[in-house]
Each structure stands twice: as structure tokens, then as C-alpha cells.
Write a protein that binds this ligand. Structure first.
Ligand code: NAP
Length: 428
């Protein structure tokens, strides 16, 4: 008789429902691949009376976490509750009880991944989190397995669907940030408090996870240079269009001589760049490898079934490992000392929009400040804003981040100049 593998799920919301559905719908294929009859035994919820998307057939609901964490028959715990606590505590208890864990929780993995990975290894348990980055795109396993032979140099990602939806609307419908945020909230894409999405925090968490898998380095969230999309004005969208660029919120992790620079911020991508065409709530991750060159992975970054597909593929990997007796190896078995690239070794072109007094000498002063910092201008556009002020848009030549910061700190000392936007420009 075929061996059984029992799963306990913490959470019966969007992703939990999808996992239950896929395990049932694709049961035959999953059993052929793994040699196990994989089934859900118990699901943890807060409210037993709530209407559920799928029938609770073949498993029971509970509000008591120990019903799952202490059940010796359950060997895999799937955490799809969200938030940090009590999810962290439940995962630790599961691992300490020798249960393998699959989670979709990017917040938890970005902030407490080190601790959870160490406990998983100490207990010879699997800990997988494919769905934590770019929901339905199997990007983590692609990096870990498909690109294992390559030396990854750079990972760029559009990894937040909410902001990509908003930027697509701002560009194509020429609408303001405030206007599209309201629509995203009405459609349920953005939360009532949109901070985590619009300030780039969600994307930064995903870049911490991508950096761990691509470069074996554990970067703290605080070390990710993070800027959100709140400051993007219709004028930035128009100028970008005029200069044949598209503005996207892009996370970048780049390795250089054994150090890594990780950032999230609005970026001007040339219109022909493959990521420039990634629209609406879709995600994409663009990987540059020394051997394979450039590859891009595109698809839905969230949603019930896409995200659940990633979760179930993790369960399948646990089952295969269990068959082979190879559980307990870290998802990111490649490790490297963590070192941050210094700002004088980070190079890029930059776009800036500066509002300044429309008086003789102010523009000359601006050019002097940049010249003194060694920052050259590739493109300059100037236009009056009203009778007294003008908007100056500058695209710099390739410059170091240190030089740029020096120039900006000087601009900030000038009362007649206000830096309104500063974004990276990607070439090639
Ligand atoms: N939604 C997506 O497309 C997506 C994509 C990628 C990753 N993720 C991640 O997947 C996780 C789950 O997201 P989701 O959208 O499925 O969330 P959700 O729809 O809000 O569902 C959360 C579920 O967890 C249960 N729950 C929450 N706190 C609990 C507690 N303290 N005790 C018991 N049960 C609790 C809730 O129970 P009740 O139903 O009784 O309230 C609910 O069933 C999050 O970490 C999220 O970041 C989601």
C-alpha cells in the first residue's frame, strides 16, 4: 500500500484554500511523483464558523495550534497565516517536534530566516519558502537548482504586484499616485494601510530572500537602500516617456568582488528592456549570470492558485526528500560571508527632478555643485513651473553613488533648490 504523508495547515485564507484545492485536484500526479499519498489532516483557523471557499472534506478545522503541532501523524506543517507572531513560534515548535515546514511568509523569512534555518538544520528538517517571493513564479528553486552551476552577478526584480499595478495605471492612464492608490485599495490589491507596498518594504523583504539564495549572503533589511513610489509625480512619468524610459519599482542585488549592494527604488528602464513590459500586478525577476547571461522569469506574483502551486511544489520536494532520506539540507546550501559594497563602488546613471528659483545664477550654481562632485550631465531639461520657479530634470553620466550623494547633500543646503526625485537609470 502507498505510504501516506499527512499535512497540517496553519491558515485557511487565500493561500491555504489554494493549497487544499491543489493537493486534492492534483493528488494522482503528486502521488506518482513522490510515491506518497499526500493529504491534509487538520487546518488551523481563528474562526470555526466562517464560510470557507472549499468544503472541509477529509480534514478537520481547529483553533488550537497544538492539535497540529503535537500530532505525531502530521509530518509537514504549512504556515500560511501571515504576520510574524505567532507564526514564528508555531514554526519553531513544529521544527523542534521534527516536522518539515513550508511557508509563504516573506515577512517572517526576511526578518527571522537565519533563526528558522538554523533550527530546521539542527532538527534535520526541511524548511522551504518558494511562495515567499514572486508568488507563482518558481524563482527560488530556479536560482538554487536551475542556475546552480552559474555564478550569479545580478538579480533585478519587479516583486511587488501592488506598486506595479499602480505604476502601470499612472503611466497608461496618466493618473496621479493618490488616484491609482485609491483604485488599488478598492480592488483589494492594496491594504488600507499601504505603507509596506508603496514604501518599498515588501519588495525589500523579498530582495533579502533573493540575495540569500543567489549570493549566499544574509543582508539585514535595514541595509537595503529602500525608496518607495510615493514621490513619483505625473511629470516624472511624462519625462521618462519623452526620454524613452518606463518607471518601475525595481529591487536590485548586485555582487561585486565578494560584496553585495541591495536596493529597492523607482528605476528608469529603457523601453526595450524586457522588464519594461511587465505590467499590471505581474512580477518578473531578471537574472544575470556569468555563464548563462540574462534570463527572465515572469508571471503572477500573487493569487490563490499561483501562490498555492509554489507551496505545493515545496511539499512535493519535502516528500521526495523523505523518500530518499535527504531531509534537513538548507534551501540555500550555498553560503558566503556577507559584505556590503561601499558607495564608491556602486555605479549607475541617475535621473533627478529639481525645483528651483527661476533666477539668474541658480542654474549655474547647480551645475557647479555637480561638477565639484565629479558628476557629469548626460541630459538636461528645464521648463518654467510658474513665474518664480522652474523644474530642472537631469540625467547624469555613469557616476558612483558616493559622488551622487555628495552632490545631493550640497543641493540640500541650497534654499533655492529642492530635490523632488532621484531615481536610478538602467542602460542596456
Ligand atoms: N495572498 C497571496 O496571493 C500571497 C502571495 C504570496 C505570499 N502570501 C503569503 O501567504 C501568507 C497567507 O496569505 P493569505 O493571503 O492566504 O492570508 P489570509 O487570506 O489573510 O489568510 C490567513 C489565514 O490564517 C488564519 N490565521 C491568521 N492568524 C491566525 C491565528 N493567530 N491563529 C489561527 N489562524 C490564524 C486566518 O483564519 P480565519 O480564516 O479564521 O480568519 C486565515 O484563514 C502570508 O504570509 C502572505 O504574505 C500570500
Amino acid at each position: 500500500m502507498e505510504a501516506k504523508l499527512k499535512v497540517g495547515i496553519l491558515g485557511f485564507g487565500t493561500v491555504g484554500s489554494g493549497v487544499i484545492h491543489i493537493l486534492e485536484e492534483h493528488a494522482e500526479k503528486i502521488s506518482q511523483i513522490t510515491g506518497y499519498q499526500v493529504s491534509v489532516k487538520k487546518v488551523l483557523v481563528r474562526d470555526l464558523e466562517k464560510n470557507r471557499r472549499y468544503e472541509t472534506k477529509g480534514f478537520s478545522l481547529t483553533t488550537e495550534p497544538t492539535d497540529i503541532l503535537d500530532d505525531p501523524e502530521i509530518s509537514v506543517v504549512v504556515e500560511v497565516m501571515g504576520s510574524i507572531e505567532p507564526a514564528r513560534e508555531y514554526i519553531l515548535q513544529a521544527l523542534k517536534a521534527g516536522k518539515h515546514v513550508v511557508t509563504a511568509n516573506k515577512d517572517l523569512i526576511a526578518l527571522h530566516g537565519d533563526e528558522l534555518i538554523a533550527v530546521a538544520q539542527a532538527n534535520k528538517c526541511d524548511l522551504f519558502y518558494e511562495a515567499s517571493v514572486a508568488g507563482g513564479i518558481p524563482i527560488l528553486r530556479t536560482i538554487v537548482n536551475g542556475l546552480a552551476a552559474d555564478k550569479i552577478q545580478k538579480v533585478m526584480g519587479i516583486v511587488n504586484g501592488t506598486t506595479n499595478f499602480m505604476l502601470t495605471k499612472m503611466k497608461t492612464e496618466k493618473r496621479t499616485y493618490e488616484d491609482v492608490l485609491k483604485e488599488a485599495q478598492d480592488l483589494g490589491f492594496a491594504e488600507a494601510d499601504p505603507t509596506s507596498d508603496v514604501d518599498g518594504i515588501d519588495a525589500a523583504r523579498k530582495m533579502v530572500i533573493l540575495t540569500r539564495l543567489a549570493f549566499g549572503m544574509n543582508v539585514d533589511l535595514a541595509d537595503v537602500d529602500t525608496v518607495g513610489i510615493r514621490g513619483i509625480a505625473p511629470r516624472d512619468m511624462e519625462v521618462a516617456e519623452q526620454l524613452k524610459y518606463v518607471i518601475k519599482l525595481v529591487g536590485t542585488a548586485e555582487e561585486k568582488n565578494g560584496s553585495v549592494a541591495v536596493s529597492v527604488g523607482p528605476v528608469l528602464l529603457p523601453k526595450y528592456h524586457p522588464m519594461a513590459g511587465v505590467n499590471n500586478e505581474n512580477n518578473a525577476v531578471f537574472v544575470t549570470g556569468a555563464a548563462a547571461g540574462e534570463t527572465m522569469y515572469y508571471g503572477p506574483g500573487a493569487g490563490e492558485l499561483p501562490t498555492a502551486t509554489s507551496v505545493v511544489s515545496d511539499i512535493i520536494t519535502v516528500a521526495k526528500n523523505s523518500k530518499l532520506g535527504t531531509n534537513g539540507n538548507a534551501f540555500n546550501s550555498y553560503q558566503h560571508d556577507t559584505k556590503q559594497t561601499s558607495p564608491d563602488e556602486i555605479f549607475s546613471k541617475y535621473y533627478m527632478r529639481i525645483v528651483m528659483d527661476d533666477k539668474t545664477g541658480t542654474f549655474l550654481k547647480l551645475t557647479q555643485i555637480f561638477a565639484e562632485a565629479g558628476v557629469g550631465f548626460d541630459k538636461i531639461l528645464q521648463e518654467p513651473l510658474d513665474d518664480y520657479t522652474a523644474t530642472v530634470v537631469v540625467v547624469t553620466h555613469v557616476t558612483s553613488k558616493a559622488q551622487l550623494e555628495q552632490a545631493i547633500s550640497r543641493v540640500e543646503l541650497e534654499p533655492q533648490m529642492q530635490m523632488q526625485a532621484k531615481y536610478q537609470v538602467v542602460e542596456g
